[in-house]
Design a protein around this ligand. Structure first.
Ligand SMILES: *[C@@H]1O[C@H](CO)[C@@H](O)[C@H](O)[C@H]1NC(C)=O
Ligand SMILES: *[C@@H]1O[C@H](CO)[C@@H](O)[C@H](O)[C@H]1NC(C)=O
Ligand SMILES: *[C@@H]1O[C@H](CO)[C@@H](O)[C@H](O)[C@H]1NC(C)=O
Ligand SMILES: *[C@@H]1O[C@H](CO)[C@@H](O)[C@H](O)[C@H]1NC(C)=O
Ligand SMILES: *[C@@H]1O[C@H](CO)[C@@H](O)[C@H](O)[C@H]1NC(C)=O
Length: 468
């Protein structure tokens, strides 16, 4: 049955006589079919596959070679797909209006929404597990829009967008009448709107994920801070029409666990009280060229942080002494800012760290003694383009998983010999040392590396070293 309908669907879509969005939507609505391949609680393999592609819907602990780790915001393992949903149905009129204004649903599909909005191809009705609901509402629906051509097998939206090349999705005010929407997830489906203060009315919203949403413009309304259950906020990738400050009200979102704001035109600082977000696990505010301000010291109160990425966000000032209190961090990246001063000694406590990138700042003084000793998981360490001095710590030789180490381009520069302990780094693939004051020879174990003369003459250019 599934296969048969898919064949019809593709025949329809690829025929020279372009089929209308209406036909596509009717066809896809009819494709929903129980399948033995999907986990319990899930009916439609296409809807599930689409969710599995996004870190918003993936659980954190499914890590295999093929599956990336998720952010565990609305994990599909903690929800079941509903075939119909009486409470969601109350939104039928507003939801039809919103999708109609967006030119995703022609007039003729109105009756599909009115009969059962759960069969609309880009709507997934769900019931959350009690744990995931966390005291909030359990039933609602997700709006999942992908414009990515590679997703054509699992969504009708790329087909619809393909027909109207260049015309964005108009995001109308009908959205603010949706009472049961738990997530708006949009990937490369450009939206045209300025979000209004009425956003606070969409109280069931748990995740807002706008990636590559193009012309979405203007400031983020401060009423976003009133959404009682918001757990994940992602505004990413070419969101340069989003501007104004990051509203400080964001720091009063009681459930926020992931905040990702990248490649935007936000200006000003990261809200000073970011540390109020005690549940935060992911904080990524990077590539925001109009932002400035000092490093938000309160962030060290967010003890559950696993990812802290604040690159290219105009940060200045010192790192807080207690940065090492973020003991769950596995990624800390602060590249391309104007951060200065010495690195806090507490940094050496970050045992779970896999990636530490501090390149292109104004850090000075020595690297903390003991750096690397407790960092068995560290794979990448890049402190290049700074103002470090002093010896290269022998303790780095304990970071046994290190594959990439860059110490290049310091002023005045690291000095003295390379500690022989670095020769223990058996997984090292790349070592960059240019523009330092190092002297002597590379450790014996690296002496086979290119360039062939391992002599480190003071203050001279020595290129990147790789195993031969
Ligand atoms: C979808 O199913 C309904 C009833 O099951 C049927 O009336 C309709 O013609 C079908 N539409 C398509 C496009 O197959
Ligand atoms: C859809 O319906 C609206 C109002 O019911 C009407 O104004 C509009 O012309 C209709 N559009 C089409 C393409 O039929
Ligand atoms: C931090 O994480 C632990 C375990 O993952 C959890 O039990 C705890 O509630 C979290 N703390 C906060 C403030 O969310
Ligand atoms: C950030 O930029 C604004 C506007 O250019 C400026 O007024 C403010 O002083 C800057 N703040 C810092 C900390 O550099
Ligand atoms: C190096 O990483 C592997 C996994 O990639 C891990 O199993 C191992 O324990 C790590 N080594 C150390 C010394 O922690």
């Amino acid at each position: 049955m599934m296969i048969h309908l898919s064949v019809v669907f593709f025949a329809l879509c690829s025929s020279l006589v372009a089929s209308s969005p209406l036909q596509r939507i009717l066809q896809a609505a009819n494709e929903t079919d129980p399948s033995p391949d999907v986990p319990p609680g899930w009916r439609d393999p296409k809807r599930l596959r689409l969710l599995q592609l996004s870190l918003v819907f993936r659980p954190a602990d499914v890590v295999t070679d093929a599956v990336e780790r998720g952010d565990n915001i609305l994990p599909y393992t903690e929800m079941e797909e509903l075939v119909s949903c009486d409470s969601c149905q109350e939104d039928a009129a507003a939801l039809f209006e919103w999708t109609h204004d967006a030119e995703l649903a022609p007039n003729e599909t109105r009756s599909i929404f009115e009969d059962n909005l759960c069969v609309v191809p880009f709507i997934t009705c769900v019931r959350l597990s009690e744990a995931l609901a966390d005291g909030g509402p359990r039933k609602g629906y997700l709006i999942v829009l992908t414009g990515f051509p590679g997703d054509r097998e699992i969504s009708v939206v790329p087909w619809i967008l393909q027909q109207r090349v260049g015309r964005p999705i108009v995001f109308s005010d009908a959205f603010y009448r949706l009472r049961h929407v738990m997530c708006l997830w949009s990937y490369q489906a450009p939206m045209q709107a300025t979000l209004s203060d009425e956003l606070s009315k969409v109280t069931f919203l748990r995740a807002l994920f706008l990636l590559g949403a193009g012309p979405l413009a203007g400031p983020l309304p401060s009423t976003i801070g009133e959404l009682p259950y918001l757990k994940g906020l992602y505004i990413q990738q070419q969101m340069y029409a989003i501007n104004g400050p990051i509203p400080p009200s964001i720091t009063s979102l009681p459930h926020l666990e992931a905040l990702t704001l990248t490649s935007t035109s936000f200006s000003g600082p990261i809200p000073e009280d970011i540390g109020n977000l005690r549940r935060l696990r992911v904080l990524e505010i990077w590539d925001n060229k109009k932002m400035n301000g000092t490093f938000p010291a309160s962030v060290t109160s967010c003890r559950n942080l696993t990812r802290l990425k604040l690159d290219g966000t105009g940060l200045s000032g010192l790192l807080p002494d207690d940065l090492g209190a973020l003991s769950r961090l596995d990624e800390l990246t602060l590249a391309n800012n104007e951060l200065s001063g010495e690195l806090p000694r507490s940094l050496v406590q970050l045992r779970r760290l896999q990636v530490l990138l501090l390149t292109n700042n104004r850090f000075s003084g020595p690297l903390p003694d003991g750096l690397g000793t407790k960092m068995g998981n560290l794979r990448q360490l890049d402190v290049s383009f700074n103002r470090f001095s002093g010896p290269v710590p022998a303790s780095l030789g304990n970071a046994a998983n290190l594959t990439f180490l860059s110490l290049e381009r310091q002023w005045p520069g690291f000095s003295g010999p390379m500690p022989p302990e670095l020769g223990q780094l058996s997984k090292l693939q790349q070592l960059t040392l240019a523009y330092n004051q190092l002297s002597g020879m590379l450790p014996d174990t690296l002496s086979g590396w290119r360039p062939h003369s391992p002599k480190l003459s003071p203050s001279s250019y020595s290129p990147t070293w790789r195993p031969t």
